[in-house]
Ligand binder design. Structure first.
Ligand code: NAP
Length: 323
């Protein structure tokens, strides 16, 4: 339901790419914030944000953006969060909520928290939603519908601030979960980071073998290879930062994955069809059980809205906005 009263008076977005621009579009659509001020690192992105009308005000600096804002969300690569927090820290309004959308939480808390004054509330967040596209044109208002948004507030964070940010994400369509940064990073290492690493790697493996396969990689890429490697089209800066920032959890999960891969490798080498059949039967059941857990449907990508795909009909809260 479109809100009668906004939750925040002035939302500052630092970084307006896929995630920042989706927040702006969804917050506008739901009247979740009274006004939006946005900034981005490059003049090109700022100009595009203004052209698209994504914010009430587009400003040149991070310091200007946070002036008078009661909500500040850094929508930038995780490796940039510390420097931005240092820059904006002295200029934040008393009582402001400061958040981010980074895909790693331990490093973001470590890098940002020391620079934030005691009179603001730090509530890190991670909307587990996205596409492989980047930039302000890539965002869309429906991105967060039925996604999970994970909040990792440090111990002792004001409960009222956590509740307000929770309400914002729920208004944008997300289901909100709260957990510790370390737990977040371990879970995401296996559900998101490892799949991206495998996708990036297998694209390279296939490309290196193009002579052997006589360019058949491209010819047959409409099949499983193309679906499986879609996420390897994701932004390299973002993923470089994620693997640097979540090194320990990713290495731990990679070790476990390598052991599991060895089991399958051994079965193939020994011609052990029974083992392969049992493994694939069990894994198919697990994969199928994932779909009912996801409210987004059974498509290969769990039915997440995608800019290139026809948009699904808007669910009720958004549809009512049109009436
Ligand atoms: P994006 O589309 O590439 O946009 C990134 C934005 O950050 C741009 O406005 C860019 O400004 C700015 N930026 C880049 N480097 C910067 C720096 N060093 N200092 C200040 N600003 C900088 O990225 P995104 O997909 O929205 O991702 C943003 C954050 O969301 C990342 O932390 C990512 O981990 C997280 N996230 C992403 C997804 C996903 O699927 N994409 C999902 C969930 C969470 P310019 O355009 O001016 O360079």
């Amino acid at each position: 339901m479109r809100l009668q009263q906004p939750i925040f008076e002035r939302m500052a977005l630092i970084g307006v790419g896929l995630i920042g621009s989706s927040i702006a579009r969804a917050a506008r659509a739901q009247n979740a914030v009274r006004s939006i001020v946005a900034t981005a690192r490059s003049p090109e992105t700022r100009r595009r944000v203004a052209e698209l009308g994504l914010a009430d005000q587009v400003v040149e600096t991070n310091v200007a953006a946070v002036d008078g804002a009661d909500l500040v969300i850094a929508c930038i690569p995780v490796g940039a969060c510390g420097a931005v927090a240092k820059e904006i820290g002295p200029h934040l309004a008393t009582g402001a909520i400061v958040s981010d959308v980074g895909s790693v939480k331990g490093s973001v808390v470590r890098d940002m928290a020391p620079h934030l004054p005691a009179n603001v509330h730090f509530v890190p967040s991670h909307p587990v939603a996205g596409t492989e596209h980047s930039g302000p044109d890539a965002g869309f208002a429906e991105l967060f519908i039925d996604c999970i948004c994970i909040l990792t507030p440090p111990a002792g964070t004001d409960a009222g601030a956590v509740e307000r940010l929770t309400t914002l994400w729920q208004t944008l369509g997300a289901q909100v979960e709260t957990m510790s940064p370390d737990h977040h990073d371990l879970v995401l290492a296996v559900t998101s980071h490892l799949p991206h690493l495998i996708a990036y790697t297998i694209v390279g493996t296939a490309y290196d073998l193009r002579e052997v396969t006589r360019s058949e990689v491209l010819k047959f890429s409409a099949g499983g290879f193309r679906d499986f490697t879609r996420i390897a089209a994701s932004d390299p800066t973002m993923w470089r930062d994620i693997f640097l920032a979540n090194k320990d959890a990713v290495l731990e999960m990679l070790g476990t994955f390598t052991e599991d891969l060895s089991t399958v490798t051994r079965a193939i080498r020994r011609g052990d069809g029974d083992t392969l059949f049992d493994i694939f039967t069990q894994r198919r059941a697990i994969r199928r059980s994932i779909v009912p857990l996801q409210s987004n449907g059974a498509a290969a990508n769990f039915g997440r809205p995608h800019p290139e795909a026809p948009k699904p009909p808007l669910p009720r809260p958004y549809a009512s906005d049109q009436e």
